[in-house]
Design a protein around this ligand. Structure first.
Ligand SMILES: *Cc1c(COP(=O)(O)O)cnc(C)c1O
Length: 214
């Protein structure tokens, strides 16, 4: 069954952007979704993203959603639409440099650790509040919001707690954003195939959905 039309309609109704996560899918399969109108696609690996970009139409907006190594930023800096996975100040500095080389401003999200499980990547929420001004020292990146990833679990009460935390934390952090940047801080990238409806209930306005679509 083709779930795309009903999923897209649901998300449009709620003003939620769909990032179609095409990792591990061949370009031919991605093209099928493109032909139905989807333009925003997400990948978690730089090499795979660059390979697919070569094979697919030019008007796709590519999002990098997985952990990014500093030495790979240069490959995506010329074209990437958004990077969801800022998990260190060093990485943001590197993206700023590569963006400047390409005469671009790159959209980014700060990835915060919301999962109770031991997760490898993401900024510590308390430390981020303390250091937020350092993230605003760069001219060639635009911080558009936050990305969160819940614990991989079937226990909905855990996911609910984490999404509740994300929602409150987004509002709390907003108070610390420099005044001249507050307007750009709007994106809440939260929710995947298994929990996107719940994420939307908790205020998500960007979901990253893979397995449900492909
Ligand atoms: C793979 C991935 C997704 C999509 O997961 P699905 O469960 O397939 O929808 C979302 N976000 C990130 C960071 C991912 O790596």
């Amino acid at each position: 069954m083709n779930i795309y039309p009903s999923l897209k309609a649901f998300l449009d109704n709620n003003n939620v952007t769909l990032v179609a996560v095409s990792k591990t899918q061949p370009a031919t399969v991605v093209q099928t979704l493109y032909d139905q109108g989807q333009r925003v696609f997400g990948e978690n690996r730089v090499q795979e993203l660059c390979d697919k970009k070569e094979q697919l139409p030019n008007d796709i907006q590519w999002h990098l959603i997985g952990h990014l190594q500093k030495n790979k930023v240069k490959y995506i800096a010329p074209f990437i639409e958004m990077i969801h996975s800022i998990d260190s100040l060093d990485l943001l500095e590197k993206i700023d440099k590569e963006a400047a080389k390409n005469d671009r401003i790159i959209n980014v999200l700060l990835q915060v650790k919301i999962a109770q499980e031991e997760s490898k990547f993401g900024l510590n929420p308390n430390e981020l509040i303390e250091n937020i001004h350092q993230f605003y020292q760069f001219k060639n990146v635009r911080i558009q919001g936050l990305m969160g990833m819940g614990t991989f679990t079937n226990d909905i009460t855990i996911t609910e707690q984490e999404f509740e935390f994300f929602k409150n934390y987004f509002n709390q952090l907003s108070d610390y954003i420099p005044d001249d940047h507050k307007e750009s801080f709007t994106v809440k990238s939260l929710g995947m195939s298994g929990d996107y409806k719940l994420a939307v209930e908790y205020g998500s306005n960007m979901v990253r959905i893979g397995s449900l679509l492909f």
